[in-house]
Design a binder for this molecule. Structure first.
Ligand SMILES: *Cc1c(COP(=O)(O)O)cnc(C)c1O
Ligand SMILES: [Zn+2]
Length: 414
């Protein structure tokens, strides 16, 4: 924040306000999603500050004019080099006639965009004076929080669901958090962890924590800079809890409010057909979320059946016209994953390739027009889930030394 600005916390549902330094993660009145709000007293000053800090590679410092932290208390030593990810213009997929860019979040320190939110959450935890953090997650968020807690010397608790697949634990265990398999309703665990954490001095940096969301906005700031502040027509991203979609919409609205971009892109959230609680409500014009029964998708990073930020997203889409939600099938996701690797050299996990699958659907349905500019957010690395890659299906040649020359001439051959 800069001197002329002012930040506070507000409920996105009932509007109740809290001081910035209150430890509050859901609304005490209605359980609604909270957010940090700014009163930008002088948009011009924020704009100037934004443009002047380009040199810092530490995202919380670089974008401090639009973040709720005291600049002097930011600690670059806690950074693992999150953010600063490339925006890559499509090479191969360009035969669709669309101007496509990939924001490659897979190159973050623990392989997903979550690191942007985690560094913010860790700073929040420290500012509240706690020595312990936690998260409720099965995958990328757990690895991210555990890694940053290790870096900061904070004790870390990770709550996972009792029926988690064993192979998903490996990238979490490596950072040595206290890992707990919890029996019971996973959606309710989100709320319970916040409640218990507040009572016991453990700051839970869950999927849509209001400070996590602030950190995750920085991807949008980078995209705007990388496009020289010429906003794209669409930004497409995968959606599970809704936390990151909230961050994307919020980041864009703030950039627009201070005059750094002239227009607001449509934000397109992508859910898997096999787990589409937000998409289902959106299609019915319904502002509430119904728990999605029997979720099943290959894209495990977007398999939350009861998204804690679902209602907030629905309000933005149905009442605020910020964008829309699309669904794609697992087959479409896996095809997009292959295509992204084969044609662009970007290996995304299934959730990270879902935006490309959605983009292809938007072309087929005539939503996207030739020459429109689209940013697809590649949210996480393919290295996170190698179990979806079928090596038995790949055509792998075999040869002795004598056969190698012919292969070099023929290539993959037919
Ligand atoms: C967490 C995650 C998502 C979903 O983000 P939400 O904020 O929960 O909606 C999508 N892709 C990847 C790779 C993730 O790690
Ligand atoms: Zn409220």
């Amino acid at each position: 924040m800069i001197m002329s600005s002012f930040a506070y916390i507000a409920c996105t549902c009932c509007g109740k306000e809290y001081k910035l330094d209150t430890w509050q993660q859901r609304c005490s009145q209605c359980r609604g999603e909270l957010e940090v709000r700014y009163k930008f007293a002088e948009p011009g000053a924020v704009r100037k500050e934004f443009l002047s800090r380009k040199r810092s590679r530490f995202i919380l410092q670089r974008y401090s004019c639009c973040l709720p932290f005291n600049f002097k208390r930011l600690n670059p030593a806690l950074s693992l080099g999150e953010g600063n990810t490339p925006l890559i213009r499509a090479a191969g997929s360009n035969d669709l006639g669309i101007d496509i860019y990939y924001k490659n979040e897979a190159v973050n320190p623990t392989g997903s965009f979550k690191d942007r939110g985690t560094i913010a959450g860790i700073h929040r935890a420290i500012s509240l004076g706690v020595k312990k953090v936690g998260t409720v997650s099965t995958g990328n968020m757990a690895a991210s929080v555990a890694a940053y807690a290790a870096r900061a010397g904070l004790e870390c608790f990770v709550f996972v669901s009792k029926n988690i697949k064993e192979h998903k634990l490996a990238s979490i265990i490596a950072y040595n958090p206290t890992l707990v398999k919890v029996e019971g309703d996973y959606g309710e665990l989100y709320y319970r962890s916040l409640e218990l954490g507040m009572q016991e001095g453990v700051y839970f940096i869950n999927s849509d924590d209001l400070f996590r969301v602030e950190g995750q906005k920085t991807a949008i700031y980078e995209i705007c800079e990388q496009l020289n502040f010429a906003a794209p027509d669409y930004i497409i991203l995968p959606v599970s809890s809704g936390g990151n979609m909230a961050a994307v919409i919020k980041g864009l609205e703030e950039m627009h409010a201070v005059g750094l971009i002239d227009s607001l892109p449509q934000v397109v959230g992508v859910q898997a057909a096999g787990c589409r609680p937000i998409a289902a409500s959106f299609a019915e014009g319904e502002l509430n979320i119904k728990r999605f029964q029997n979720p099943r998708t290959v894209a495990q990073a977007i398999a939350n059946p009861c998204p804690p930020s679902g209602r907030r997203i629905l309000r933005k889409l149905l009442q605020g016209k910020a964008g829309f939600i699309l669904t794609v099938t697992d087959a479409q996701i896996l095809a997009a994953q292959k295509r992204l690797a084969k044609e662009e050299g970007i290996f995304a996990q299934p959730a990270g390739a879902a935006p490309l699958a959605a983009l292809e659907k938007m072309v087929r349905e005539g939503i996207l027009k030739k020459a429109e500019k689209v940013v697809a957010i590649v949210s996480g690395s393919g290295l996170k889930d190698l179990s979806v890659i079928n090596t038995a299906e790949a055509d792998i040649l075999e040869s002795d030394f004598a056969g190698l020359r012919a292969i070099l001439i023929r290539g993959k051959g037919v």
